[in-house]
Write a protein that binds this ligand. Structure first.
Ligand code: ADP
Length: 491
């Protein structure tokens, strides 16, 4: 067993409270949430099961901190965000272990993706804090008016995040929200609260004023729902399941909160016979199996051109056979356990439904699993039909469905045969075809000859049932700002 870093071990064992007004305080409720290591199955520690009175207190702290935070020189806001990013870089090993411990993900992936992208996000948005500009407008009616716009922060932001990228999802929300002068109440997922609580300590350490960021751990119905419904919250930003997003929209209507939703997906990965097949294979494999398949962008519907389908499927199955299942903390591990036994059961039940509906498992169904932990065998299905549940519903686990197509027109129709529209991949060397496919696919992101790249500067968000509003990049700023128009009579 890999040893935990001392600071990680001591952090885990700390008495955890909710983070309100710059302090860790006891929850107003008595219940605690056990934090379970999905590899060992052991309870690592507990965190408060936040209640609506905690949300009230956190919103009050965020409201109190708002005027001074809005007025703070933007250079200072930028400096704080930059320092936060820099400190995360220094603490990379610690954060990677925390997420590996809590979520099960391989520490190597956390070090390659979650941690550097988190740090990069804060640094990227540090740059934007001083670059939020309005416009001057000349009214076409010729009245002697001076008209200009101000871009103002929305106010108190409620952020509700999932468990698949615990540290990183904090950055998706906090980076643009703070750069634009909002204060935040963040609720991490109940399965993975540890890195958010450690981040709260770092937020204090680098000097953010109390109340600018508040973090309340808790379950969705008891802590998330009151946040989504709170009349003192001006905007809600959510990443998670589509069905939860629908509840959040309803809860938000009471005071007309601005809403940004990044929801589920059922993304296609389309491989043409003219593609660089080595690259397509590795890219398609990563698209499905990265993060144990627990990615909203997972390119799990793999459509392969008929003439190469047999060969490609055999190679994909072979590649899946090379996966090293194990503890996320072990540097040799390439696939960890799923986040929880509940998720393991959800994914296994989807696999059973695929078998029941007549799909064939092409991968080795007897691959040995570690003797402990909520593992799911990485699985490749063939003989899939468009109306099967495994082709329509998000699985959120290491399961690929391989189907065939004959023409480009058919590939577009199949790719779009979903209620979701988050992401997609196209593999071809034909540049005109690549652009035709990019235009034809209804999804917020199309990757051509790559998959799953993320960058703080590049916006991301869904079409259709995958949600609305963009995250990352310049576009994310819009949803944390509102534009005020000022008319000045010059006569
Ligand atoms: P999953 O089922 O994969 O955990 P969810 O969409 O349920 O995905 O969870 C994402 C986040 O939404 C978590 O932080 C969870 O606690 C929160 N959540 C769940 N239900 C609600 C709800 N009714 N209102 C607000 N937040 C919720």
């Amino acid at each position: 067993m890999v040893k935990l870093l001392d600071p990680v071990a001591s952090f885990v064992n700390r008495e955890h409270g909710v983070f309100i007004g710059g302090e860790f305080v006891d929850s107003r409720g008595a219940d605690r949430i056990p934090v379970t290591d999905p590899y060992s199955g052991q309870v690592l520690t507990t965190v408060p099961s936040g209640v609506s009175a905690d949300i009230d207190a956190a919103v009050a702290a965020a409201t109190q901190a708002l005027p001074a935070w809005r007025k703070m020189p933007t250079a200072t806001r930028a400096e704080l965000l930059w320092r936060l990013g820099a400190r995360i870089e220094e603490l990379a090993d610690e954060f990677a272990q925390l997420d590996a411990l809590d979520n099960g993900k391989p520490v190597s992936e956390a070090l390659a993706v979650d941690v550097p992208l988190s740090a990069g996000l804060y640094k990227y948005y540090a740059g934007w804090a001083s670059k939020l500009e309005g416009r001057t407008i000349t009214p076409q009616g010729g009245a002697s008016m001076h008209v200009y716009t101000r871009r103002e922060s929305v106010g108190v932001v409620g952020a509700i995040i999932p468990w698949n990228f615990p540290l990183l999802m904090c950055g998706y929300k906090l980076g643009p929200a703070l750069a634009t002068g909002n204060t935040v109440v963040l609720k991490p997922a109940e399965q993975t609260p540890l890195s958010a609580l450690r981040l709260a300590e770092v937020i204090n350490e680098v000097g953010f004023p109390p109340g600018v960021v508040n973090i309340v751990t808790g379950y969705g119905p008891t802590a998330g729902a009151p946040l989504a419904a709170h009349p003192g919250v001006d905007k809600i930003t959510f990443t998670g399941e589509t069905s939860t997003g629908q509840k959040i929209m309803q809860a938000a209507q009471g005071n007309m909160k601005k809403v940004t939703l990044e929801l589920g997906g059922k993304s296609p990965s389309v491989v043409f016979a003219d593609a660089d097949l080595d690259a397509a294979l590795e890219g398609t494999f990563g698209a499905v199996f990265f993060n144990q398949g627990q990615c909203c962008i997972a390119g799990a519907r793999v459509y392969v051109e008929d003439s190469i389908a047999d060969e490609f499927t055999a190679r994909l199955v072979d590649r899946v056979g090379q996966v090293r299942l194990g503890s996320g903390l072990d540097p040799e591990t390439t696939m960890g356990p799923l986040v929880s036994e509940e998720q393991q059961e959800r994914v296994n039940s989807m696999i059973r439904s695929g078998i029941d509906e007549g799909a064939t498992i092409a991968s080795d169904p007897d691959t040995p699993l570690p003797g402990q932990g909520s593992f799911v065998r990485p699985t490749v299905f063939t003989d899939v039909k468009p109306d099967m549940r495994i082709m329509r519903e998000e699985i959120f686990g290491p399961v690929a469905m391989v189907a065939r197509f004959k023409t480009e027109e058919e590939a577009v129709i199949l790719a779009n045969d979903t209620s979701y529209g988050l992401c997609s991949g196209v593999w071809t060397k034909d540049i005109a075809r690549a652009h035709r496919m990019a235009a034809g696919i209804h999804a917020g992101t199309v990757y051509v000859n790559t998959y799953g790249y993320f960058d703080p500067a590049v916006s991301f968000g869904g079409f259709k049932m995958s949600g609305f509003g963009k995250e990352l990049g310049e576009e994310a700023l819009d949803s944390y700002l509102q534009t005020k128009t000022v008319w000045v009579n010059l006569d």
